[in-house]
Ligand binder design. Structure first.
Ligand SMILES: Cc1cc2nc3c(=O)[nH]c(=O)nc-3n(C[C@H](O)[C@H](O)[C@H](O)COP(=O)(O)OP(=O)(O)OC[C@H]3O[C@@H](n4cnc5c(N)ncnc54)[C@H](O)[C@@H]3O)c2cc1C
Length: 452
């Protein structure tokens, strides 16, 4: 338990500093039994609980809401790796293990745990499961749900559901693990998980590529897929405005940034073959793309260090954008075929609505997932932009729905998008979700004010 008010403060505000609240206590159990005892006590006394991992979530899901007088349960002391099973290609670990530690443990065993996010040094496996995190390698390996084989969960009544099975096939009734993945702490506390591991690629190649428009980037994905589908592990898009926000030390990269192209894509190929394989493969693909005028310029990494520099550019954007003032974020997904039209038509509609804004666009275009953010043209317009937040959200999400997309691709609902969920989901879907919540958590103690 944290002792003083100031000790608690970091756990009462979210990463973006948009949400903050109060809690009656911040508790740090060290194992599943302690979690179960705490949850049981809270349930008997109808005290609500906010589970929290690394507190890097982007929808305020891990931040308590003062009105509910909750306790925050941190998983940070639950950081034990139970087992790496090489024959099953699985890792079993506590939910408080940091994502970066899970990746490192897998690597030490000659395996890959492929979930990869810019927040991996701070976010936890429990948070990744509860938000069904995506990140930069979904294209090749899937999101957290796809990587999950089994879970251990403390239910809202304090019972322990031990489903830590590493089976690839298990059709024995409803899939409870799939219910808990993405449930954002509203149905129980995930205390441990069994996750899939993959062979560790022996070679990797990364390139930052300048091109004219989104259509060109989609054609480039197709070209890559035709030649080496399984080797494409990441395909990220960055608008020129988003790129210009990140400080660039490397001269060659700076040239690319100053290029007149409006878009840049970060491509990564990986392979089980020898060191040179991915590099030569990517080089030859980029030559093909030049030949058909699909791309304008490219920087291809020659070493691990150069590859890290390229990734630093992409990973620096979420923080760098705050230098512009108020940011209205949208984590959207669309059918890949509709992305180009969505981006051009929404830009026009936004500018017609209010001309003093600009779009900062980046994201996992290979999955159809864009971080479509709106900033003021200059910081002085921040307050005016803030006053238009609701209308801008409505405009962007109306466009997303017009193209059969989703208003939350990978960050979840939390408290940020709760109203949106009510507005956008059908009454049948909402009714089913509410029935599940009431059946599993009849006292409504788990993370109140989030999701539903
Ligand atoms: C710079 C940056 C980059 C990011 N990039 C990505 C990205 O590419 N893709 C992506 O998907 N996300 C991304 N995120 C969002 C965030 O990192 C992920 O949502 C991550 O999975 C959250 O993990 P966490 O441990 O920090 O969870 P928290 O923020 O602590 O919690 C998130 C939610 O999960 C619940 N929760 C946490 N632990 C448990 C548990 N053990 N049991 C039950 N419920 C629990 C909380 O109550 C809350 O609702 C990014 C965030 C930042 C700051």
């Amino acid at each position: 338990m944290c002792d003083s008010k100031s000790d608690n403060q970091p756990f009462l505000t979210d990463w973006s500093k948009r949400f903050s609240g109060d809690a009656i206590a911040v508790l740090k159990p060290k194992n599943t039994q302690e979690v179960a005892a705490l949850v049981s006590l809270c349930n008997q006394n109808k005290i609500s609980i906010v589970p929290q991992g690394g507190n890097t979530g982007l929808c305020g899901g891990a931040t308590p809401i003062s009105d509910y007088q909750s306790v925050v349960i941190l998983t940070s002391r639950m950081n034990r790796i139970h087992e790496v099973n090489l024959e099953n290609s699985t890792i079993t670990l506590d939910s408080g293990v940091l994502l970066a530690s899970a990746q490192e443990t897998a690597k030490q065993s000659g395996k890959l745990f492929p979930l990869s996010l810019a927040s991996e040094g701070s976010c936890t496996i429990g948070g990744n499961l509860s938000t069904n995190a995506g990140g930069v390698q979904v294209l090749r390996y899937g999101n957290m749900r796809d990587l999950t084989l089994g879970l251990e969960v403390v239910t809202p009544s304090g019972e322990i559901f031990n489903g830590l099975r590493g089976l690839r096939k298990d059709n024995t009734g409803y899939s409870l693990k799939d219910l808990y993945v993405g449930s954002e702490g509203t149905l129980g506390i995930i205390t441990a998980a069994t996750l899939k591991l993959f062979p560790l690629p022996r070679s990797k190649a990364t390139a930052l590529v300048a091109l004219e428009d989104i259509n060109a980037s989609i054609q480039l994905i197709e070209l890559i897929n035709q030649h080496c589908n399984a080797d494409l592990t990441a395909f990220e898009i960055i608008s020129s405005k988003a790129l210009s926000l990140v400080p660039i030390g490397n001269e060659k990269l700076a040239g690319l940034v100053n290029n007149k192209s409006y878009w840049t894509v970060l491509i990564e190929l990986s392979s089980m073959e020898d060191e040179e394989k991915s590099y030569t493969q990517l080089e030859s693909l980029l030559e093909k793309a030049f030949d058909v005028a699909l791309i304008n310029d490219a920087v291809l990494s020659k070493s691990l260090q150069q590859s890290k520099e390229l990734w630093k550019v992409r990973e620096g954007i979420p923080e760098a954008q705050f230098s512009l003032g108020t940011i209205i974020k949208h984590d959207i997904s669309l059918p890949i075929s509709a992305l180009a039209e969505f981006v051009s038509s929404t830009e026009v509609k936004l500018k017609n609505f209010w001309p003093h804004l600009q779009t900062i666009i980046f994201g996992h275009i290979g999955d159809g997932n864009l971080h479509y953010n709106i900033a003021p043209l200059t910081p002085e317009f921040s307050t005016e932009l803030e006053s238009r937040r609701k209308d801008i959200n409505q405009l962007v999400h109306d466009e997303v729905y017009k193209y059969s997309g989703s208003f939350s691709a990978e960050h979840g609902i939390g408290q940020l998008k709760r109203d949106e969920l009510t507005q956008r989901k059908s009454s049948v879907e909402l009714g089913l979700m509410k029935s599940i919540k009431i059946a599993l958590d009849p006292n409504g103690i788990m993370n109140p004010g989030k999701v539903l």
